[in-house]
Ligand binder design. Structure first.
Ligand code: ZN
Length: 478
């Protein structure tokens, strides 16, 4: 039994040291490994399998909304990056430069893409001539590079995987509509598939994407009460079109600028899954993105017929679920803690006594609850159980967020809250950058968003006491 306990004992208590707990889970659940490239991670098969399920389901939603996948080069010539002033200023501090190819110093330096607006704009400039060429609804799955000083697996790495949608439209109304449409795609995906409740809203000017007219965001709250920006959608209106001269002739033969959007979601979401659902036994995966939804573990394997029965059940369940069995000679206890660590939603145990009674034992990962189920209709039982785990994880995450959402009317209240808790703070804001900066200096909390669903906490700005414009959600963030 000493061995059985070792695996769980190796992770830190999340209530004592959350950052260490996170690092332990990432490692013990075999999601990533350190690489010899500073700030970059190796995503291991189990971690990548989760990303693939995210990718597949999100990609389906992009296709359903009319988008097509393309692929752009990973290098951007310096002159192209320079074309949009705010954009280059925003990204310059964190770009990686290529200055040499083989033995030759390059005539023009290249940037390793930190994001691809400039490449898409250059392409759109070449391929859009007429209103008949619009809209262009493109997306690409790729990696990008942003030179980070401090890094953490999934949350902040120098190279990370993501998707970036880039669209061009005839009118300002259409680009505005697309921006919100894709924000809603992200929000529904996070809530339905990842079981992570999100708050939809707009970023303040300070937090806006470099070169955008509006940036919208979905914000989620981690178990420790810190916020995580989980996806963003930007409306560029005609700002980039003017810098890159992307024009089309309309039906009246007049030249018009296109109106553009971009939207992105990255492997940071993997960090959100870990930090929203995980517990002291490790990772907890929502069934919809679990690479293995059911793990079949034989008990008393040496007894006649047990392995065969475990294999038979596995084959049967494979028709309906992502299922695996573990027929290795590790002890059942060791296997239990291993698959708990990996967050497998349901464990199915089958031993000689169960076989006699035509039943099995089902254990759910989220609550640890054990039930005995007949093998006759095991498919239906497991389908219902997985739905229930999915729904319960969402509810738990929502309860956590609600219990860690506070409101403040003045800075004393604001600071008191943050001195004793982490969480979202709802507070009114006058709209002045000075107040936003001051709040950050005093509390290390940033404006997460101006939520679409506004409330009236008070009439006056939490910071300066002048007349308030909006309610803002504030918090310390990853
Ligand atoms: Zn103010």
């Amino acid at each position: 039994m000493a061995n059985d306990k070792k695996m769980v004992a190796a992770i830190t208590d999340m209530e004592k040291d959350f950052p260490q707990w996170y690092t332990d889970v990432v490692k013990k659940a075999e999601l990533t490994d350190y690489s010899s490239v500073k700030g970059c991670m190796i995503i291991k098969p189990y971690g990548f399998a989760i990303w693939e399920l995210i990718q597949r389901q999100l990609d389906d939603r992009f296709k359903e909304t009319g988008h097509e996948n393309v692929y752009m080069p990973m290098f951007i010539p310096e002159s192209l990056l320079q074309k949009e002033k705010d954009h280059v200023e925003g990204f310059a501090p964190e770009v990686a430069w290529v200055t040499q190819g083989g033995d030759n110093v390059l005539q023009e330096r290249l940037v390793v893409r930190p994001t691809s607006e400039t490449l898409f704009c250059d392409h759109y400039h070449n391929i859009i001539q007429s209103y008949r060429d619009l809209p262009k609804l493109y997306n690409q799955w790729c990696s990008v590079v942003r030179w980070e000083k401090t890094t953490r697996p999934f949350l902040r790495t120098t190279e990370f995987l993501w998707q970036e949608g880039h669209t061009a439209h005839a009118t300002a109304e259409e680009s505005a509509e697309e921006t919100i449409k894709m924000l809603n795609v992200y929000a529904d995906f996070c809530e339905d598939v990842l079981a992570i409740p999100v708050i939809k809203g707009e970023k303040t000017a300070k937090e806006r994407f470099a070169g955008a007219k509006n940036t919208y965001t979905i914000e989620s709250l981690m178990h420790d009460g810190k916020a995580l920006q989980s996806g963003t959608s930007h409306n560029f209106d005609d700002i980039f079109a003017k810098s890159f001269d992307i024009q089309y002739t309309d039906k009246d033969n007049q030249l018009q600028y296109v109106h553009q959007t971009s939207w992105g979601l990255s492997t940071r979401l993997m960090g959100a899954i870990i930090m929203v659902h995980g517990d002291n036994n490790g990772l907890v995966l929502p069934p919809r993105i679990a690479p293995t939804q059911v793990i079949v573990i034989p008990i008393a394997m040496q007894k006649e017929g047990v392995i065969e029965k475990a294999q038979e059940i596995t084959d049967r369940l494979k028709k309906s679920f992502r299922v695996k069995n573990d027929l290795t000679d590790k002890s059942p206890g060791w296997k239990f803690s291993e698959y708990e660590m990996k967050g497998v939603p349901v464990r199915l145990e089958i031993g000689p006594k169960d076989i006699e009674k035509n039943q099995c034992v089902l254990v759910r990962r989220d609550t640890g609850e054990k039930t005995i189920a007949s093998l006759d209709n095991i498919e239906e039982t497991i389908a219902l159980l997985l739905d229930d785990v999915q729904a319960n994880l969402y509810k738990k995450a929502l309860d956590n967020r609600n219990s860690k959402t506070y409101s403040a009317k003045n800075m004393d209240e604001f600071q008191d809250i943050l001195n004793s808790h982490q969480g979202f703070i709802k507070a009114m804001w006058c709209g002045d950058r000075a107040c936003e900066d001051k709040i950050k200096d005093l509390t290390a909390a940033t404006s997460r968003c101006i939520p679409f669903e506004q409330e009236e906490i008070s009439d006056t700005c939490v910071c300066c006491g002048k007349k308030a414009k909006n309610m803002v959600i504030w918090g310390r963030a990853y």
